[in-house]
Design a protein around this ligand. Structure first.
Ligand code: GDP
Ligand code: MG
Length: 701
């Protein structure tokens, strides 16, 4: 049987998703950067044979209408009128979390507070009085440690008891202080007299929103009862102006300040500090990590350690000591695909076309992507540890000021990091989605346009293959160079865009520093696995399909019977396209085979290595021994380090993949920006590739 709906609300990183997972038992992604849980997640909580729908709302600090998250969370509560709000409050940031709590209380929905992270609060030296805060706020307060499942039984019992009417949970009325209360109450009374509006809205909430001149709320109310609203609007405007004369600030600010005042009051009466609370471990670490001089040095060291460590673990250490050549995780996967390819050899004579499709098209392409799964896995693991620890928020903090010089801001960093900016191996799609928390449209647009320059997971196979072939002794150094180059390009592009197409003032913006956590291994592993799985799934679906298509245009039409086998590729559709572009791309060192791979890469960059592999495999005689692509390229006289580097730079910067372009179109609201992004990136990529190829060739020659 289906009972009422429970929504989980709270600040970003308060532990909502952890609570959600514990209540529903679902393995949902626990995200640590703001903005990833933009769409809410919905599941079922079972209790003694009954089912309750549970919804994980996006995390917000407030319920104004400034960001999409706020609107989503707010509209969901206003429109659906859930039976219960589980308000996840981060006890270690109690006052700031109370600000949202108070806005939720205004909506007059029964509430249970999960007072989460009590462990962190304890460690930082303060304690929230559960009994007193429950009494002040009028709702049950359950102390929890969601990440470890503590307090979850109590929380669930309280939820059920509230829904069954056995436990009182209607929040206490919000008080703004005398002068404001008067106005809000009078207007709320006027709302109550209007039948249809009062049925849809909590009168006090609508009264406050009308005084704040909240356009989204006004539009919503107009849709419910347009004529009732007109009378109220005039009253609200009078009230707002009276308050504005009194407080010398606009009404929305006045109301916000009075909500903060209420929060401060709750803190004063419910929180007790121990002696060391003022300067805890977090503060001590932050004095170093966020230092203006030392901080950036630490950041670069962390990134270098990341690359060093990831290559060691995934590829260099022989930690699977049984079979030669299979000793590292990467070696193991590559070895398995080689075995598969060898076992297909007999097909080569009997059914050459089928053999070519399976070997060159499918195994070459998908195997190429799959062999980077170990590398990607360890990269994600490292980044997930950093995210969980709280370091990422410091990175945003350290870089907020320098980024403003380039017309970006601290929150841009979150997009960059999700897209692979802290090393490599993210994805631009969630990166661009994470910009939804940016209130400044221009900062947001520029961030979206430069985020695809970061080194997403799809570019890793290209880098790893070419580095293995041409820079085997300098892996970390070359990766660091590529990493630095992606940032420099993104920053310079942002600066130019802010000076030309996206001009405008920047507004100041406060960065919070959540306390450090010791990363929890299970949640880090879950994160890592989910992201790795997405990568593998893509390799088995989209990438496989594109590879087969590419193989076909590289295999057909067949040349005449008597033509030499190494002319077959040039005779194919793809070969002809590649050859047609060659006169231009020669400047960057790209021959027609590379062009084929790069054209395929417009769809998704994962296919570049596979398509290159296919191109070279198709030119090999059938009886030649199968060699890894990097060895093949290293032995080619027309390949050299300059060409390899130029190709890596081009792959790094040229047009975002199709999915990213579609997301840019959706998030920027126009095809214009999506098309612009594709064209300017490709042009920039080509210019830089030409530069590096020509400069490299000069230096070598
Ligand atoms: P959400 O984004 O607000 O839904 O928060 P998450 O559920 O993603 O939690 C953010 C981080 O805090 C994760 O790393 C969790 O493992 C961690 N976390 C959640 N609850 C607690 C807690 O009670 N104590 C501690 N120390 N960490 C927690
Ligand atoms: Mg979440």
């Amino acid at each position: 049987m289906e009972f009422g709906e429970i929504v989980i609300a709270g600040n970003p990183n308060a532990g909502k998703t952890s609570v959600y997972n514990r209540l529903t038992g679902a393995a949902q992604q626990v995200s640590n950067y703001p903005g990833v849980t933009v769409e809410f997640i919905c599941g079922q909580m079972r209790h003694e044979g009954r089912r309750f729908t549970v919804v994980d709302l996006p995390g917000t600090y407030s319920l104004t209408a400034y960001t999409q998250e706020e609107l989503v969370a707010r509209n969901y509560i206003v429109e659906r009128k859930p039976a219960l709000i589980v308000n996840v409050v981060d006890a270690s940031n109690f006052e700031r979390n109370l600000y949202l709590t108070i806005q939720l209380m205004e909506m007059r929905i029964p509430m249970v507070i999960a007072l989460n992270m009590v462990d962190t609060a304890e460690r930082r030296g303060y304690r929230v009085d559960v009994v007193k805060s429950s009494a002040l706020l009028g709702v049950p307060v359950i102390p929890t440690i969601a990440s470890r499942g503590k307090g979850m039984t109590e929380l669930r019992d309280a939820c059920v008891a509230v829904i069954e009417g056995r436990l009182a949970a209607m929040p206490a009325p919000v008080t703004y202080g005398h002068a404001v209360d008067e106005e809000v109450l009078a207007l709320a009374e006027a709302v109550t007299k209007q039948g249809s509006l009062a049925r849809q809205y909590a009168p006090g909430w609508l009264a406050a929103k009308l005084m704040e001149r909240d356009e989204a709320a006004i539009a919503g109310a107009r849709a419910v009862a347009a004529d009732e609203l007109e009378a109220l609007l005039a009253l609200a405007e009078e009230a707002a102006q009276r308050m504005e004369r009194h407080f010398k600030a606009d009404a929305a600010t006045v109301l916000a300040e009075h909500r903060y005042g209420m929060a401060a009051g709750v803190v004063k009466s419910c929180v007790s500090f121990t002696a060391e609370a003022r300067r805890d471990v977090t503060d001590h670490i932050d004095m170093v990590v966020c230092n203006r001089l030392v901080g950036p040095v630490i950041l670069v060291a962390v990134v270098a350690a990341l690359f060093f460590w990831v290559f060691k673990v995934s590829d260099e250490w022989a930690w699977i000591p049984w079979v030669n050549g299979f000793q590292s995780p990467t070696g193991l996967v590559t070895g398995l695909f080689d075995l598969l390819s060898d076992s297909l050899k007999p097909l080569g004579v009997r059914a050459p076309m089928l053999h070519s499709l399976l070997d060159a098209g499918i195994i070459g392409g998908v195997g190429g992507v799959m062999s980077f799964v170990p590398l990607i896995f360890f990269m994600f693991f490292f980044v997930a540890m950093l995210e969980d620890s709280g370091y990422i928020a410091r990175v945003a903090f350290i870089l907020d000021r320098p980024l403003r010089v380039f017309g970006l801001q601290g929150k841009s960093i979150l997009a960059f990091i999700v897209a692979g900016g802290l090393g490599a191996g993210g994805c631009a799609v969630p990166g661009i989605l994470s910009t939804r928390t940016m209130r400044e449209d221009k900062d947001r647009l520029v961030t979206m346009l430069v985020t695809p320059f970061m080194n997403c997971g799809a570019k890793m196979p290209v880098y790893a293959m070419l580095i293995a072939a041409f820079f085997p002794g300098n892996r970390t150094l070359v990766m660091m160079t590529l990493w630095g180059l992606s940032w420099i390009t993104a920053l310079c592009a942002a600066w130019v865009l802010r000076k030309t197409l996206v001009r405008g003032e920047q507004t100041p913006f406060v960065m919070e520093l959540p306390p450090y956590h010791i990363p929890i291994l299970t949640s880090v592993l879950r994160h890592t696995w989910e992201r790795t799985w997405l990568y593998m799934k893509k390799a088995g679906t989209i990438i496989l399909a594109i590879n087969i298509l590419l193989w076909a245009v590289m295999y057909f039409p067949r040349p005449p019977e008597d033509a030499p086998p190494d002319k077959a590729l040039a005779h194919s559709f793809a070969g002809r396209a590649g050859l047609a572009l060659e006169p231009v791309t020669r400047a960057a060192g790209f021959d027609w085979r590379t062009n084929i791979a790069l054209i395929g890469g417009f769809a998704a960059k994962e296919v570049v290595v596979g398509a290159l592999g296919t191109a070279y495999a198709l030119e090999q005689a059938e009886d030649e021994d199968h060699k890894p692509l990097s060895e093949t390229l290293a032995s080619m006289p027309d390949w050299n380090p300059a060409r390899a580097f130029a190709l890596m730079v081009f792959v790094m910067l040229y047009a975002p993949c199709l999915v990213t372009v579609a997301v840019i179109r959706r998030e920027s609201g126009s095809w214009k920006w999506a098309a612009f992004s594709t064209m300017y990136s490709t042009l920039l990529a080509f210019m830089l590739a030409v530069f590096f190829y020509q400069a490299g060739s000069l230096l070598a020659g």
